[in-house]
Design a protein around this ligand. Structure first.
Ligand SMILES: *Cc1c(COP(=O)(O)O)cnc(C)c1O
Length: 543
């Protein structure tokens, strides 16, 4: 049998056929064999997926999961890490691994976490990315690759989709693709930290920045005693990012409106103002994180006129505003019709921030992993992320407005993750995304209305909220505490839909997050309400 290195050589089983093709196409037998293998592998994948789409499968069965786990190679096995060759490996992937993966991108009825789906055109583009394996790090458009230009074009389409240039005085010239909103939040906090210290640093002889000096020396030189992050119900990744950039979890401070009350996701602007003033007196610098899309409720930290006020406070106290808009910022791409006016109001003014994090792999419906970062402070971004002393990494076009991606974000070598976004935006356009997002919101509101009106369930966070406050997440619980305790399991064991659990005000709750391009409002609402109705009536019978 073929060894691993010889697996594609003329010793493989179909050598005679491939040699003939090779002669005709003027390719080596090995090259033809690669093509043959990949073409067949792709056909086989599409067939396997078609079968699963027919079943609308949301999750693998427990048996498929156990079988896959027991099939994983173990160091104790005699043949551990001996070459199987590509054919046998592909057989293994199809028989064991694929059946044990969930159907989050294959079904419109997977409502766990916030995952989004994958538009077919984005999947096709992602296969191009893998096949051509571009390393998008240095901007070399004249003689190397167009990839950095495509990336820049994709980012300018995203910024237009999100209407970030609404305020013509601001230019979002520093922008990049990251691995996700967590990475974008980390990049945002790294820039914020650099800026709030830089803005207080006296001119020093060598013009050293915090990036040069390091956090501790820069704070000493700037007379900064501490750095705090003011926010409301921030996503866990903000705490993680605070730790990574050396500020610490404890730096994150909640300034919720009406704390413990009905709207804990809202930022209390009066409290922010008081905190800024007090901080200023004790040489504490401040970063403000606006949570545009709270992960349990989908609600927003700000309302219509909050952002201009926040901007002027930040300017007065040299604070940086970062928006965590992982999924919420896409409210700005909804149709501008009455149905969505209140969501547009929630997302208004976010373009007044200093930096913005968004996710591509959630509501843009491109494959993992894909995050987006925008800032309007190229000087700060460059200070933090520039690779110093690397002549071999300099770009040819120093006059270009496109920065080399390796000097804008965390990674140097990078995947061409712009291409699926580029393809999806070209294909769907502004109208296509507006329609897609509207469908998600309409399905979520349909379910919100159902749980609000039902006797068995309670719509959270408040049954008195207007339906128009619902974006694409529905939070609810069963009124019967015994059913509520097992509600997530009951829903998921129907295998018709998949939801994830959370806790709201100390009690279990269900989150149903709609995020796929596959949504069909009537069809999907019928399935969801039927599942919930039958669970509620079975529970009342068993009492
Ligand atoms: C999902 C999410 C994140 C984290 O994003 P990843 O893509 O998982 O890195 C951060 N903030 C919010 C509000 C989110 O919904």
């Amino acid at each position: 049998m073929a060894s691993s290195t010889a697996a594609f050589s003329s010793s493989s089983s179909d050598s005679r056929g491939t040699q003939k093709i090779a002669a005709a196409a003027n390719k080596t037998a090995a090259e033809s064999s690669h093509h043959h293998f990949l073409t067949q592998a792709y056909d086989r994948l599409r067939q396997a997926i078609a079968a699963r789409e027919d079943n609308n499968s949301t999750l693998p069965t427990p048996n498929q999961l156990t079988a896959a786990i027991s099939d994983l190679p173990r160091p104790s096995q005699p043949h551990f890490l001996s070459a199987r060759g590509p054919e046998a490996t592909l057989d293994h992937l199809h028989s064991a691994i694929i059946p044990a993966l969930n159907g989050q991108s294959l079904s419109s009825r997977y409502y766990g976490f916030v995952t989004g789906g994958v538009l077919p055109v984005a999947e096709a583009a992602d296969n191009i990315v893998t096949a051509l394996d571009q390393n998008v790090q240095v901007h070399l458009p004249e003689n190397h690759s167009v990839s950095t230009c495509v990336e820049d074009s994709a980012l300018s389409m995203v910024s237009s989709l999100l209407d970030l240039n609404r305020n013509s005085g601001y230019v979002w010239s520093s922008r990049t693709f990251t691995t996700g909103a967590t990475a974008s939040n980390m990049v945002g906090l790294a820039c914020a930290r650099e800026a709030v210290i830089s803005w207080r640093l006296p001119n020093n002889p060598d013009s050293k920045s915090p990036a040069d000096l390091g956090l501790l020396a820069a704070c000493r030189a700037a007379g900064v005693s501490d750095i705090q992050i003011l926010t409301s119900m921030a996503h866990s990744s903000i705490y993680k990012a605070a730790s990574i950039v050396g500020l610490g979890h404890d730096a994150v401070r909640e300034v919720r409106a009406h704390s413990g009350d009905d709207e804990p996701w809202r930022l209390d602007l009066d409290a922010v103002e008081r905190e800024l003033a007090t901080a200023d007196e004790s040489c504490v610098a401040t970063i403000i994180v606006v949570n545009a899309g709270e992960v349990n409720t989908g609600r927003f930290a700000t309302q219509a006129f909050d952002m201009p006020k926040l901007r002027s406070l930040a300017d007065r106290y040299k604070a940086w505003i970062h928006v965590d808009g992982a999924f919420g910022i896409f409210a700005r791409a909804l149709p501008k019709t009455d149905d969505f006016l209140s969501l547009h109001a929630n997302a208004a003014g976010l373009e007044l921030a200093d930096s913005i994090a968004a996710d591509g792999h959630k509501l843009l419906n491109v494959p993992y992993d894909n995050g987006i970062f925008f800032s309007r402070h190229p000087d700060i971004v460059t200070q933090v992320f520039q690779n110093p002393n690397a002549a071999y990494l300099s770009s040819s076009a120093s006059s270009s407005s496109i920065q080399s991606p390796l000097n804008v974000g965390i990674e140097n070598s990078r995947r061409f993750r712009a291409l699926p976004v580029y393809a999806a935006l070209l294909s769907e356009g502004r109208e296509g995304y507006a329609r897609m997002l509207a469908n998600m919101v309409l399905l979520a509101r349909n379910i919100a209305q159902f749980v609000r009106d039902s006797e068995a369930f309670e719509w959270l966070p408040s049954e008195n909220a207007p339906l128009e406050s619902t974006f694409m997440i529905v939070l609810f619980r069963a009124r019967d505490p015994r059913l509520n305790n097992i509600l997530v399991e009951r829903i998921n064991e129907t295998r018709q839909i998949f939801v994830s659990g959370t806790s709201w005000k100390g009690e279990k709750a269900v989150r149903l997050a709609v995020g796929s391009w596959r949504v069909d409002v009537e069809r999907d609402a019928a399935v969801i309400t039927e599942v919930l109705t039958s669970i509620a009536s079975a529970a009342s019978v068993s009492r």
